[in-house]
Each structure stands twice: as structure tokens, then as C-alpha cells.
Design a protein around this ligand. Structure first.
Ligand SMILES: [Zn+2]
Length: 416
């Protein structure tokens, strides 16, 4: 229920229905609401609580308006209760609920979206129970179908490994934890090394999602949106210690990039984009930090990005860029290509304030008067540096090449 509370907090903050609360009180109100509920509370109950809490020190009528708004949002999420965690299992479950499927057993759950990447299916007559086994060298689970279901058998090891991958099992079995980690790394390797792999994953997602009728597709679309909101709010309210103690910890930058990709794709409102958003969710849930490398190689719609070699992050490339910058050509890979200076942060030359965050900041006139200190800053490519450590060194980016890179990206985005 904490998640519902956090969702309420965010909705309140975001919409601020009629300036209901003094800033900062949203969080307390949301949490208070969360504490007073348990998992079985229905929407009406949540609403009544919400009204009571909001009405106490505030205007009752306004509280009613806020509550109505929240009710709409919660009831649309209520059909398939959505959790705020990035676990593979809880993501896969959303689809099952929407499609009225029973949640498959672990092996099938993993194999459904990552066909043949974790489980190697053996020939079978579908009528004989045969224990699944794990091959430590190739890091694959071998299993047979029994009555159409991948049979795992009684061996604890398989369920420990699959449970860790799906995010349902915890425990102290160091060996299994390590095995799951190796499997994640192997899958990430495969996706990065085999250009066909991501295409196959996309195709599989398309096939699976296209079984949904129109009504269910709308539900999935809403569910992904709610999931994005929850992923952001739950993460925001997590302490560093809580993040470290997660079932598989994940770095903030990987997490943020991943959720951004989901949101970017979701917001385009086409079936293809919804499929991409969904695939990013699955990848994040299954691979956690191992997603970092995939995020480096592909843009949000899984088109390989041609970054400056220095940005692939390998030490060799970084050093090479340091020594021979002329061999590299700037490439823009972001999604803000409709701007003249996409993803570029301008700092005031006098006071150092981040100009992009100043009210009304724009680059149209190629200069901007710092609202903090009044200094007139030039906003042009020859004021842009590749890295922080270059600032003031005079080694600006190449204006012509940079503009070309953005233009190229613009075309790419148009043709997507
Ligand atoms: Zn300034």
C-alpha cells in the first residue's frame, strides 16, 4: 500500500488541485494514507481515507476534488494492481493479469519473453516428468515439457536460480545468487554481441502483445504509464541503504536511463513504441545493472547508436580519444534533436549558475542574460566543451561537426 500512497503523493504534487496543501505536506498526507490501509483495501476505502486526511486541516470541498481525481487514477490502475518495483516477475505479471492468464511457473515465465536465452528446451513426449538440470558451463537450464509446461522438477537449485532472476526468491545461497548474476551478464553479452538478438526479442514482444484486443491494449498502455510513475516515485523515496539492500541493487544512472527510455517510448503512443517500452521494462527487470551496456549501445527504440568511440566507455577508446581526438567525429544519440543545442548544459561564465534551469531560458537569440548575476552569456557551439575537464581549455567542440551530428539524428528520429 505504500506504493498507492506514493502515487497519491505524486499526483497531488503534480496536479496541485486548487493549491490544496502547503508544499511538503503531500508526502506526509500520502504516507499517512498508506499506513492506514492494507493490501485488501478497495478504491472506495482508499478514497474515504484520503478525504478524511485531506479534510482535517484543509478545505473539505477542495479535498473532495482532489480525492475524485485520485480515484480516477487509482481505479484505472486498480484492475491490475501495479507494484513500484522493477522486478521481472512483477512486470510479467501485469501482462498476465490484463490478458487473464494464469501466472506461469518460473521456467515458462522467463522463457515467455526471453525465448531460449535462459532455458534450453529438450525434446520430450510431453508426458514424462524429467528433472530439469543446470549446465554451469553454458549457463543454461535444460528442461522438458510435461503437459505443455516446462517442468523444473524437485531440485531446489533450479527454483533458486529462476527465483532470483524473476526477483521472487531471496535467501543466502551465495552460489545461486552468483549463478543468477552470471546468467544476467551472459544475456547482456549476447544482446550486445549479436545484432540479431534484440530484433528477435522485439519480434517476440510484438507477437505476444498483439494478442491483446483493443480494450486490453488500452489497459496495458495505462498500466505502463502507472508503472513509470510508480518506478519514479518509489525510487525517489528510497534511501541509499534501501537501494543497496534491494534484491539486486541497481545504480541510479542505469535505473534513470532505463525508466527514461520506457517513458520516451510510451509517450509516442503507437503499438511499436508500446512494445519497445515494454521490452525496456522486461530488460530492466531481468538484467538490472547489466542493462547499462545495452543502454549504451541502443537508443530507446533499440536502434544501434553510433556514438563517438570514446563514449562506448571502454578504456582503450577513452584513452584513444584523449590522444587522437581528430580521429573521432561527434555523434548525437539523444532524443531532443528538435532543439538547437540538445542535451547541452550552459553555465554562466561569471557566476557558474546552470542557465538551462533559469526561468524562460531559450537559445533562440544565441545569448542569454544570467538571471542570477546579470552577465550576458553567449550561447553558441564554440562555447561548448566535450567534458567538464576541458572547460576553459579553449578546446571547444567542432561547431560544424556538432551541428551535422544533430542534423543527422533529426533525420534518424524522423525515419523511425
Ligand atoms: Zn551568472
Amino acid at each position: 500500500m505504500k506504493q498507492i500512497a506514493l502515487l497519491c503523493v505524486d499526483i497531488l504534487e503534480e496536479t496541485d488541485p486548487s493549491g490544496l496543501m502547503p508544499e511538503g505536506d503531500y508526502y506526509d498526507a500520502g504516507l499517512k494514507l498508506g499506513e492506514s490501509l492494507d493490501a485488501s483495501s478497495d478504491v472506495k476505502e482508499i478514497l474515504d481515507h484520503m478525504r478524511n486526511i485531506l479534510a482535517e486541516p484543509y478545505d473539505e470541498e477542495k479535498a473532495g476534488i482532489a480525492a475524485e481525481y485520485i480515484s480516477e487514477r487509482i481505479s484505472s490502475a486498480g484492475t491490475f494492481f501495479i507494484k513500484g518495483d522493477l522486478r521481472y516477475g512483477s512486470i510479467a505479471e501485469i501482462f498476465c493479469r490484463i490478458n487473464d492468464e494464469k501466472l506461469p511457473k518460473q521456467l515458462d515465465l522467463l522463457d515467455t519473453w526471453f525465448k531460449g536465452m535462459i532455458v534450453a528446451e529438450e525434446e520430450s513426449d510431453n508426458n514424462t516428468k524429467k528433472e530439469a538440470w543446470f549446465d554451469d558451463t553454458e549457463l543454461m537450464i535444460h528442461a522438458c515439457r510435461y503437459h505443455d509446461v516446462l517442468y523444473s522438477g524437485t531440485a531446489g537449485r533450479i527454483s533458486q536460480i529462476t527465483g532470483r532472476l524473476a526477483g521472487t526468491a531471496k535467501g543466502n545461497q551465495e552460489k545461486e545468487r552468483r549463478t543468477a548474476e552470471l546468467i544476467r551478464r551472459k544475456i547482456s553479452d549476447t544482446i550486445c554481441e549479436d545484432p540479431e538478438c534484440i530484433l528477435k526479442l522485439q519480434e517476440n514482444v510484438r507477437t505476444r502483445l498483439s494478442v491483446l484486443d483493443e480494450e486490453r491494449m488500452i489497459l496495458l498502455d495505462q498500466a505502463v504509464f502507472e508503472k513509470i510513475l510508480l518506478l519514479i516515485s518509489c525510487r525517489e523515496h528510497m534511501s541509499s541503504a534501501e537501494k543497496r539492500e534491494e534484491y539486486v541493487s541497481m545504480h541510479d544512472d542505469v535505473y534513470d536511463d532505463l525508466v527514461y527510455n520506457v517513458a520516451f517510448q510510451w509517450k509516442k503512443y503507437t503499438f511499436e513504441n508500446l512494445c519497445n517500452a515494454w521490452l525496456w521494462l522486461l530488460l530492466g527487470g531481468l538484467l538490472r545493472d547489466e542493462c547499462g551496456r545495452i543502454l549504451h549501445l541502443f537508443d530507446s527504440s533499440f536502434i544501434p547508436v553510433r556514438k563517438k568511440p570514446s563514449e562506448t566507455g571502454t578504456l582503450k577508446d577513452k584513452i584513444c580519444f584523449l590522444f587522437y581526438p581528430e580521429r573521432y567525429e561527434p555523434v548525437y544519440t539523444g532524443d531532443e534533436a528538435d532543439e538547437e543545442f540538445p542535451d547541452i548544459h550552459f553555465y554562466c561564465d561569471r557566476c557558474g549558475d546552470l542557465l538551462n534551469e533559469q526561468e524562460g531560458f531559450h537559445t533562440d537569440e544565441h545569448e542569454w542574460k544570467c538571471t542570477k548575476c546579470g552577465y550576458m552569456n553567449r550561447i553558441t557551439w564554440d562555447e561548448v566543451y566535450d567534458y567538464f575537464e576541458y572547460i576553459g581549455s579553449g578546446e571547444h567542440v567542432d561547431a560544424e561537426q556538432s551541428e551535422k551530428a544533430v542534423e543527422k539524428r533529426r533525420e534518424e528520429l524522423k525515419n523511425k
